[in-house]
Design a protein around this ligand. Structure first.
Ligand SMILES: Cc1ncc(COP(=O)(O)O)c(C=O)c1O
Length: 456
């Protein structure tokens, strides 16, 4: 049978055993990590210099004194100051299998052996096809999504989604979305984002209409607001863009009964339905939150990124863009595409998905731990623990911005990394890795308890 040199390279037994060797050597360092550890005084000075220099070169300081050393082990990561932290934010949700995962490293190394570093939309290699095909297969199981266009980050995937929706609706401009939405950092995604601190000095383009998010006490008010917008703006509304669970906005979840009337109404009005799953993708016990919420049939466009190691816009037959609308130089690095494919394989084959899969077990154990603290030693100081799957948030202390900031810094110092979300109340959120064990959750519990009582 005829083969290309590329196929020979990828199936070479010699390369396979060299890759095994390389991963084994890297793990020698990884395995020396045994748990949370304070900084090493002999390394602290240089490490602080690197942190300060990052602040200087980019003009804005880092939020945490964090520069990673390049070695980690599962949910634990070593920093340049020699400390080891329990990382429960994972690059804001990128490292689903934590740090130094042998299968992820191996897949990335294999990708790195490719003739090029970055794949492009003009000259793709095989990984471009494999990755796009896989996403299409996964998305198509419970929706009409069929096509995949790759992008190098979530924001760019979202920009493509918006263009597709607008083109389909003949240049209609307006976007309907939730209050407290987050959509990324480009000009238009910042406009869709409902956080004034992220757009100080930016002009208002007046292209975004807001809906209140789910409120159990007044479940109809979102649909009423949508109908009012449609009565006023009619065919000038191109798309309803929504995060299936509010992310930056405070980790607020809603249910099928909330979404269905909204989506039915959008369909009846010809408003495109775009699910921004950049944060929810792979985290809710299914690949897509639209599956968990049973709303896949309504989705016209869906965007993903983060845990897939690459961005992508998925869309249905009716939303195929005209030639020229989508393009761009980069479509993703060979290493990232290979690593993403390996992550999908593990998720599919190793018991992570479904109502009793590992993802939901971690969710239940972690939320249970937070509730336990809230009912015992930290009584009333960790309220409203919840979220979906591997996205969990809780309202700490008095829910103020000051206390949230103080707590995040205290947790970091004690060895636990998480991050904030929401406003009024200000919450702390965890993007949990899918490899978290009950022993790791016990470590998190101890640190949380200490910091909460310190900050109370
Ligand atoms: C819901 C949502 N949309 C879009 C983005 C932007 O993705 P990226 O930061 O990869 O551009 C994010 C990132 O946090 C997100 O959570």
């Amino acid at each position: 049978m005829a083969t290309t040199l590329g196929q020979e390279l990828q199936s070479s037994g010699k390369i396979d055993s060299l890759l095994d060797n390389l991963v084994e050597q890297a793990l020698v360092y990884s395995q020396r990590i045994t748990g949370v550890k304070p900084p090493d005084p002999a390394l602290e000075g240089e490490a602080k210099k690197a942190v300060d220099e990052i602040g200087a070169v980019r003009s804005r300081p880092l939020y945490y004194n964090y520069v990673g050393s390049g070695v980690g082990r599962g949910p634990y990561v070593e920093l340049n100051d020699g400390s080891v932290k329990l990382d429960l934010i994972n690059g804001i949700g990128i490292h689903l299998f934590g740090h130094s995962h042998p299968r992820v490293i191996r897949a990335a190394l294999r990708g790195a052996l490719s003739d090029i570093v970055q794949q492009g939309n003009l000259q793709p290699n095989g990984e471009y096809l494999e990755y796009s095909r896989k996403l299409g297969q996964l998305a198509g199981k419970n929706s009409r999504l069929k096509y995949t266009w790759l992008a190098t980050c979530g924001t760019m995937a979202n920009e493509n989604a918006l263009k597709i929706a607008r083109q389909k609706n003949r240049g209609a401009r307006m976007v309907v979305t939730f209050k407290n939405a987050f959509a990324g950092r480009s000009t238009m995604m910042t406009e869709i984002t409902d956080n004034m601190a992220f757009k100080v000095g930016m002009p208002d383009y007046n292209e975004v209409l807001r809906l209140p998010f789910y409120d159990a006490k007044a479940p109809d008010k979102t649909l009423i607001a949508l109908k009012e917008h449609v009565a006023k703006h009619g065919k000038n509304i191109a798309v309803f863009a929504f995060e299936p669970m509010l992310g930056e906005g405070g980790y607020r979840a809603a249910n099928n009964a909330f979404y269905v009337p909204l989506l039915e109404f959008c369909k009846a009005q010809g408003i495109a339905v775009w699910a921004d799953e950049i944060q929810t993708f792979t985290r809710t016990g299914n690949f897509f939150a639209f599956e968990t919420l049973c709303i896949g049939q309504y989705v016209d466009i869906c965007t993903v990124a983060k845990t897939g190691q690459n961005g992508a816009t998925l869309f249905t037959e009716e939303f195929k863009p005209d030639p020229g609308l989508l393009g761009g130089t980069f479509s993703g690095s060979s290493a990232a595409l290979r690593a993403g494919l390996e992550i999908f394989r593990m998720l599919e084959e190793d018991g992570y998905m479904g109502p009793s899969g590992k993802v939901m077990q971690i969710h239940n154990d972690f939320v249970g731990m937070l509730n336990d603290l809230n009912e015992t030693s930290c009584k009333g100081l960790l309220r409203e623990a919840g979220g979906m799957g591997l996205m969990v948030a809780v309202t700490p202390l008095d829910g103020s911005k000051d206390k949230q900031g103080q707590l995040l810094k205290s947790l970091f110092k004690s060895g636990l990394i998480c991050f904030g979300c929401g406003s009024d109340p200000f919450r702390i959120r965890f993007l949990l890795p899918a490899i978290l064990t009950s022993a790791d959750i016990a470590v998190a519990k101890k640190i949380l308890e200490k910091s909460i009582l310190e900050c109370a």
